[in-house]
Design a binder for this molecule. Structure first.
Ligand code: CTP
Ligand code: MG
Length: 383
């Protein structure tokens, strides 16, 4: 289903003074991974996000390039205040013509998938939406070191990022705002520009790393672990006018026989991903006896396995597929297969490998009776 073109704008140009000396907080290590790379991954792997723009400080270009190897996101430079950084980012995004934009602090690396979903859904109805949380402590105004009037906390809401907007609305609000005025966040600016801002449920896990002690919270010190799963599949060859392999249609005088499109490469890939997340095998999820999978595109099986992985908190980071066949020649199609598999898994092409081998004429593959595929998929998750 098509959805509005949605950009994530990640502001990462701050200096992190309150978090103390050393590296700016967004580049600091949290459980073996820089804060910014966790933030970028949350958006990179989300199906509703079409593009990512990161606003960085010019002094951090090398640090950013290192983190960004995995994501290949575009960047631009920020300004002295957060609102200048957001404004610069919006201007840089303008040529991409996004319909919607989610502005997010790099310093919030734990933004959950379902929060992004809620914000995107809210933009289907309204022009702006922010995540809000109730206040659970008692709240007072203060007079010096004494408490003054009590405040009804039910009238208050704590607002997080991402803050979500129809792109042109937010752009116009910024362009119309007085130069030099720094807004605490885009919700304040939008509201002062008359844009209604809806509150969706925020998430307590989506904290902003602000002070040095925020990096010491034990909950963040679970190790990231790397897990792999393998997959293997075989399909028989018969007469026809082309086969699907690794999500690419290859015209040739034969066909692969199977209940679905018989894409043996994607079937091995799905089994490998299911293996990495401990979710059984492809036959359990898509039984050949079920008529709804007759002739199905195997890319739908990959989409399903990826969404199961996301629900289990696992993120694919690498895939390697070996195709075993005498024919057709894989070389001319390798780049297209790589691009398709990378797209399906939400990976850069550098994190996908496609190999092919013959069996020197031996066995069923050697006699051209069928094609086999092996796959290994690596995922990252918390222990
Ligand atoms: N930010 C930015 N440009 C600025 C200031 C802030 O892009 N001129 C970004 C930060 O990198 C951060 C987010 O806005 O991801 C929220 O800001 P904050 O938590 O205040 O971060 P810092 O400004 O870096 O920290 P501090 O205020 O302690 O210096
Ligand atoms: Mg700041």
């Amino acid at each position: 289903m098509s959805h509005p073109k949605t950009a994530a704008l990640i502001v990462a140009a701050g200096r992190g003074h309150r978090a103390g000396g050393g590296l700016p907080k967004q580049y600091r290590d949290l459980d073996g991974e820089p804060v910014l790379s966790r933030t970028l991954r949350a958006f990179h792997q989300h199906p509703r996000i079409d593009m990512i723009r990161v606003v960085i400080h010019p002094d951090d270009q090398e640090l950013f390039d290192q983190v960004n190897q995995e994501f290949a996101a575009s960047c631009c430079y920020g300004g002295d205040t957060r609102s200048q950084s957001v404004h610069n980012g919006l201007r840089a995004l303008r040529s991409e013509k996004p319909d919607h934009v989610l502005v997010h602090d790099a310093a919030r690396p734990f933004v959950p998938d379902d929060l992004i979903d809620r914000l995107c859904q809210a933009l289907d109805q309204g022009e702006a939406a922010v995540p809000g949380l109730p206040i659970t402590d008692a709240v007072f105004s203060r007079g010096g070191d004494q408490i003054a009037a009590g405040i009804d906390r039910d009238t208050l809401v704590r607002v997080q990022t991402p803050q979500a907007f129809h792109f042109e609305k937010l752009m116009s609000a910024f362009d119309a705002s007085k130069a030099g005025i720094a807004y605490p966040d885009e919700a304040s600016l939008a509201r002062s520009g008359g844009i209604p801002v809806q509150i969706v449920d925020g998430d307590a896990a989506n904290i902003k790393l602000t002070f040095a002690e925020d990096f010491q919270m034990p909950v963040f010190h679970r190790q990231m672990i790397t897990v792999s799963g393998t997959g293997y599949d075989v399909h028989r060859l018969g007469p026809g006018d082309g086969i699907w392999l690794c999500g690419v249609k290859i015209p040739c005088p034969f066909d692969l026989i199977g209940h679905s499109d018989a894409d043996v490469g994607l079937h091995a890939l799905v089994d490998a991903l299911l293996g990495a997340i401990g979710a059984g095998d492809i036959g359990q999820h898509f039984p050949p006896s079920d008529p709804q999978w007759k002739g199905a595109a195997s890319s739908a099986f990959v989409d399903h396995a990826v969404s199961l992985a996301r629900k289990a908190g696992s993120v694919p980071v690498h895939a390697d597929i070996t195709l075993v066949c005498e024919k057709p020649k894989i070389g001319p199609h390798r780049d297209a297969m790589k691009a398709r598999v990378a797209d399906l898994l939400g990976l850069c092409q550098t994190s996908v490998n496609i190999k092919a081998t013959t069996t020197e004429g031996l066995g069923f593959a050697g006699r051209g009776e069928g094609i086999a595929a092996h796959a290994i998929v690596t995922v990252k998750r918390h222990e």
